[in-house]
Design a protein around this ligand. Structure first.
Ligand code: 4AD
Ligand code: MG
Length: 463
């Protein structure tokens, strides 16, 4: 007998002589002499209804065991369903219970649970409708991202998770050490003797793969990295994680305009592909989570993103007939409320803000001739705010050295990065997309902790 995935069976909707399915029981209903169970195998939102009658060998025993959460295998005939709610159902001739599930203690009941509660059972929440849909959409997004870059000849490179350099220069890094923390070797000065540590120097979890991506772009022209990144910023918000995934393309022979064009084309492509691949899950988000999800997706695909400079954005914010919690004037960083006002209320679509003040952006961004702004770009999305951060990079050795110093960093730590400007430098640009923010944006989920299987946030690393 062939074993098939439930998504496929429901999609085909055709009767079949004999087949087997495997999955977890969502619900059981007992009637006189027969019973129904809804089985889900994670391949789709939909469950397959399985009908068992008393002729199934071991019927009475099986009935006691097929409670919500139990793992089962059912074989039989796929027939057109007489009941409402499904086209097709499996009439079981045999059912095997792999693992029972105690209905007294199984935490997932048929009622709706709050997302806060589900976070306390991170090991079981993937079995719920919403988290199931989230992780299927997350998968489709990853796939679409690779497809987008592969179709365009970008090389997928793997940048290190452990690094000695602070890409953003913001000092928000987690240390990596093999020292016994109860007995850390110290110098006479009482400073930590890193020479004795595993790498012979301080090392950290990376905040971004960009610096290494630039190395690779200087050999392969167009590259991207897609991996986990880490930030020890103590931000307990619905948009921040301590461990999140980032997609970072880097392009040689490319300026800010090319970078913006790629970011826009990229987002449109990913939305379009996911809508095509996960129509049922996206429909679910629109119905149950946020009724603007599908309209937003259409809007991303079909509208031209707004492009404005930071200076113009500040002028618009100052003119706005709205009271912000944080005041804004030229020179300050945009807060999430400002970003959302621009994208959500004013333009009602993604907005790319460029040319930020030099004082609030990282050292590697290209300095403009006026020396007041850098060639930075942030893509701001409705409901989320900043989803992409990127820039044209500083390709001039002398300017880069100066910028590293004025930011209080040590040029010696960046010797290899500076070498890229000594040997065959070229204008280049790239950006970083916060992958979880993208999934949040796409699904309408309000908390970023609910779009990653195992969220890491301040004081929380369970599961
Ligand atoms: O703007 P960021 O800090 O840019 C960089 O790291 C650049 N080196 C990227 C590049 O140019 N290659 O981060 C990029 C994106 C943000 O726009 C945001 O979407 C996401 O990463 N992000 C976070 N997502 C979740 N939790 C956090 N703590 C995040 N911090 C940034
Ligand atoms: Mg940023």
């Amino acid at each position: 007998m062939v074993t098939r995935r439930i998504a496929e069976i429901l999609r085909d909707g055709q009767p079949e002589e004999s087949l087997t399915i495997q999955g977890w029981v969502r619900t059981k209903r007992e009637l006189k002499g027969f019973a129904f169970m809804e089985v889900n195998d994670g391949s789709s939102m939909g469950n397959l209804q399985v009908v068992l009658n008393s002729e199934v060998p071991g019927y009475e025993d099986i009935l006691k065991q097929i409670n919500t959460g139990a793992s089962v295998e059912a074989s039989g005939v796929l027939v057109a369903s007489q009941g409402k709610g499904q086209r097709i159902e499996l009439q079981a001739s045999a059912v095997k219970v792999y693992g029972a599930s105690d209905p007294e203690t199984y935490p997932l009941q048929k009622k709706r649970h709050s997302f806060e509660f589900l976070r306390t059972i991170g090991h079981l929440r993937p079995r719920t409708n919403t988290l199931g849909a989230v992780f299927r959409v997350r998968n489709a997004c990853s796939y679409a991202i690779h497809q987008f870059f592969q179709e365009r000849g970008f090389l997928w490179i793997h940048t290190p998770v452990i690094t000695a350099s602070d890409c953003e220069g913001a000092g928000e890094m987690f240390a990596v050490t093999s020292f016994n923390l109860k007995d850390v070797p110290r110098l006479d000065t009482q400073d930590i003797d890193y020479a004795q540590d595993f790498f012979g120097r301080p090392a950290y979890l990376t905040v971004s793969g960009q610096l290494e991506a630039e190395v690779m772009a200087m050999a392969f022209s167009n590259v991207y990295t897609f991996g986990p990144t880490f930030r020890a910023e103590n931000s307990n918000t619905s948009r921040h994680l301590a461990e999140f995934w980032m997609v970072e393309p880097e392009m040689a022979f490319c300026d800010l305009k090319g970078n913006m064009d790629l970011a826009e084309e990229f987002l449109k492509y990913v939305f379009k592909t996911v809508l095509e691949r996960c129509p049922e899950d996206m429909e679910f988000f629109n119905q149950r989570i946020n009724d603007t999800v599908l309209a937003t997706a259409e809007n991303i695909i079909n509208s031209e993103f707004e492009r404005i400079t930071y200076t113009d954005a500040i002028a618009l914010l100052e003119k706005a007939n709205k009271k912000f919690e944080f005041p804004c004037n030229w020179g300050v960083d945009l807060q999430s409320e400002h970003e959302r006002y621009l994208a959500e209320e004013l333009f009602k679509k993604p907005v790319i803000v460029t040319d930020y003040p030099v004082g609030i952006k990282a050292f590697y961004m290209r300095l403009s001739d006026d020396e007041k702004t850098v060639r930075a770009m942030d893509v701001l999305a409705p409901n989320i705010g900043e989803i992409i951060g990127g820039s044209q990079r500083e390709e001039r050795l002398d300017v880069l050295e100066r910028r590293i110093k004025t930011q209080g960093l040590n040029p010696e730590d960046y010797w290899w990065y500076l070498d890229l400007r000594r040997y065959g430098t070229v204008e280049h640009a790239g950006f970083g997309l916060g992958f979880e923010r993208l999934v949040q944006f796409m699904t309408g989920m309000t908390n970023i902790r609910d779009v990653i299987p195992f969220p890491r946030t301040p004081l929380s690393a369970e599961f």
